[in-house]
Design a protein around this ligand. Structure first.
Ligand code: B12
Length: 183
């Protein structure tokens, strides 16, 4: 069931919405179509996410996640949340447009193992670097593992800013999160 749902996403909806993004990029589609497609994708993702059973067996780890400041893209982040929950992680989703200070405060309150940040705009990716800098300044870099993701984000960027991991999609996120929290 989980594999079928992921197939619907990975072979169907995600390539579809990215196609819209590419057409928007070259000026063949405009904001109204972007919003229409986003709503259709959001509805599809909600149905599929709801069909992914939460796994309440032994908790694998505590994963705090959110989309960075200035960025309202959250469809991808929401898919990641569903798969983490289905894989036994306790997840706190802070939503979108989340400030660096809030990530750090909430990580403390939630006693997080991993802080995951999503960025879909090249203009908001620097917020992922700011989190690394603020964690270092606060002497908390060893306390939390960090993971970055989002369409423009790469392993090279993760290495540059000193993030502990980069995952290009939800399945990779679960695999890497398990490695980060260890057995
Ligand atoms: C849908 C969409 C919107 C919707 C968002 C709706 C919503 N609730 O999310 C709306 C219409 C609001 C929107 C607005 C804008 N958008 Co927009 N948008 C898109 C679009 C078409 C699809 C994004 C998406 O949902 N992809 C599908 C999901 C499943 O993929 P994903 O997000 O990458 O997530 C996967 C992985 O990256 C990873 N992942 C994601 N997050 C995380 C987090 C962690 C921790 C981990 C481990 C992994 C991970 O796992 C996910 C699942 O596999 C993209 C095109 C594209 N190719 O990305 C443009 C795109 C991102 N948008 C773009 C732009 C420019 C804008 C606007 C500035 C347009 C404008 N002028 O107003 C505004 C900015 C608003 C803001 N402040 O954020 C550009 C960004 C260019 C750039 N690189 O900076 C893109 C690339 C389009 C383009 N080609 O120009 N957008």
């Amino acid at each position: 069931m989980l594999r079928k749902n992921l197939g619907l996403l990975n072979q169907g909806f995600i390539p579809g919405i990215n196609k819209v993004g590419d057409l928007f990029d070259v000026g063949m589609r405009f904001i109204p179509e972007l919003i229409l497609s986003a709503n259709a994708m959001q509805n599809a993702a909600d149905i599929i996410n709801a069909a992914i059973p939460e796994n309440d067996r032994q908790v694998q780890g505590r994963f705090l996640i959110g989309t960075v400041q200035g960025d309202v893209h959250d469809i991808g982040k929401t898919i990641v949340v569903s798969l983490l929950k289905a894989s036994g992680f306790e997840v706190k989703d802070l939503g979108r447009d989340v400030s660096t200070d809030r990530f750090i405060k909430e990580a403390e309150d939630f006693n997080a193992d991993i802080i995951g940040t999503s960025s879909l705009l090249t203009t908001t990716m620097p917020a992922q670097q700011k989190l690394e800098e603020e964690l270092k300044k606060a002497g908390l870099k060893e306390r939390y593992k960090t993971m970055v993701g989002g369409a423009p984000v790469t392993q090279r960027w993760a290495n540059k800013i000193g993030a502990d991991a980069f995952a290009e999609n939800a399945s990779a996120c679960v695999r890497l999160a398990r490695e980060l929290v260890g057995p």
